[in-house]
Ligand binder design. Structure first.
Ligand code: RET
Length: 133
């Protein structure tokens, strides 16, 4: 299976602001957050993941085990509680976040030394690409 371990630097971030709007992030925060360069730090041990999304403005951490549903508190983002489960679809990780917002979740996969993250909420889709550093 894919090995996500490492530090990943953002190279592109398409339509992130649409996602922020869909989860009701206020205008001022959207303007700041959508222009941030993000870094992902991932520690993977088999099916266990510790992830950190880092930026100069705010950080977000989420840890999960493949196939185990848990309550995620999106602290510092939209501050909601969602029931989150990550599964594998081939080499992709597929996350479903059940809660107030329909069709919320993300997919993550590797292409060479690039990490792709597609975040979706309602009818909005954001595509982020990170390069291994
Ligand atoms: C930042 C900056 C502060 C405002 C917002 C952020 C959004 C972070 C997100 C992280 C998603 C992480 C995922 C990890 C999967 O392994 C950048 C912290 C709103 C949406 C999907």
């Amino acid at each position: 299976p894919a090995d996500y371990n490492g530090r990943w630097e953002m190279v592109s971030n398409d339509k992130f602001e649409d996602i922020l709007k869909a989860i009701d992030i206020d205008f001022a925060t959207r303007k700041i957050a959508s222009h941030l360069s993000q870094t992902k730090e991932i520690v993977q041990d088999g099916d266990k993941f510790e992830t950190k999304t880092l930026s100069t403005f705010r950080n977000y951490e989420v840890n999960f085990t493949i196939g185990e549903e848990f309550e995620e508190h999106t602290k510092g983002l939209d501050n909601r509680k969602v029931m989150t489960m990550v599964t594998r679809d081939g080499d992709k990780l597929v996350c479903v976040q059940k809660g107030e917002k329909d069709n919320r979740g993300w997919k993550q996969w590797l292409e060479g030394d690039m990490l792709h993250l597609e975040i979706h909420v309602l009818d909005k889709v954001c595509h982020q690409v990170f390069k291994k550093s």
